[in-house]
Ligand binder design. Structure first.
Ligand code: G
Ligand code: G
Ligand code: MN
Ligand code: NA
Length: 256
């Protein structure tokens, strides 16, 4: 319970929480097309705690709505600052947790943040992990996604290929992007099964009018395979690591 109270505290003060941002790039020339916001908790005693560890705690103890709302507001505030500084104005993508998808607060938190920070909805993308589509609490998620897209938010399915969903949802759901999980990228180009899966996903997505972003690209051999396979977008250490807003601003100023 210690950690729960500490998380409650961190949320109340906001000082230990931070968003880091990882670039999303065009494969062929590396041009920046977006940034994913990744939550970080700098715990005063335990150091950096991964969201993979504290988000389940937040969900279990009723803190997820506040945490999710903090992420929305912080990402939009940051986006607003970058626009003012004249930094590349690409969409920021946030991760939306399962609970946020099932509860009612998401739309109002988005609307409040967009208005407060004067950022258009098209500049805030929503990443929804594939397993959410399977969660029985989700019910029919289609009207919910339709409403979010109606507001102007682009929507991506995160960790695509790992959620054991039926592919039928791709036909029904209003989506913009698939983020192909890095499990399929890791062993490229040598693993023939992964190569076959990646090729099939790219061809299917093309037919469905969906963009694919390959996650976790770390090597030039992976990049060359993906370019040859017709993939256009990438997120991975080969292109950029997650960085604090401060560091991104500094390197942008140094380049200018
Ligand atoms: O950045 P890192 O590898 O530590 O992220 C671990 C996991 O936490 C990833 O699955 C990522 O999607 C998730 N995550 C990161 N930031 C957020 C966030 O703001 N909200 C939610 N719900 N998940 C996040
Ligand atoms: O589940 P989600 O896709 O949101 O998780 C994103 C996580 O993947 C981030 O925490 C980020 O640090 C991590 N990540 C991004 N690029 C790479 C990469 O090239 N290699 C590895 N191992 N992890 C990556
Ligand atoms: Mn993600
Ligand atoms: Na992912």
């Amino acid at each position: 319970l210690g950690l729960v109270n500490e998380l409650r505290n961190a949320l109340a003060t906001g000082t230990q929480l931070e968003l880091h941002y990882q670039g999303q790039h065009r494969l062929v020339d590396g041009a920046l097309v977006g940034r994913e916001a990744l939550l970080r908790w700098h715990h005063p005693r335990d150091g950096m705690i991964s969201p993979a560890d504290f988000i389940p705690i937040a969900e279990r103890h009723g803190l997820m709505a506040s945490l999710g709302n903090w992420v929305i507001d912080e990402a939009l505030a940051q986006q607003g600052r970058w626009r003012q500084l004249g930094m590349p104005d690409v969409p920021v993508w946030i991760n939306v947790s399962a609970l946020q998808m099932f509860q009612g607060e998401l739309e109002s938190a988005l609307a409040a943040g967009l208005a407060r920070h004067q950022v258009p909805a098209s500049q805030l993308g929503l990443e929804i992990t594939e397993s959410v589509l399977l969660d029985e609490r989700a019910g029919d998620i289609s009207p919910r996604l339709e409403a979010l897209r109606q507001l102007g938010h682009p929507v991506a399915i995160d960790d695509f290929g790992t959620g054991y969903s039926s592919l039928g949802y791709l036909k029904k759901l209003p989506l913009d992007k698939l983020k192909l999980d890095r499990a399929f990228i890791k062993a490229l180009p040598d693993d023939l099964a992964d190569a076959a899966i990646v090729n099939a996903v790219l061809s299917m997505a093309d037919g469905l009018g969906l963009e694919v972003i390959a996650e976790g690209v770390e090597t030039e051999a992976q990049r060359d395979f993906l370019i040859a396979a017709g993939c256009t977008l990438v997120q991975g250490f080969l292109y950029a690591r997650p960085e604090s807003a401060e560091r991104l601003e500094r390197s942008w100023q140094e380049e200018a």
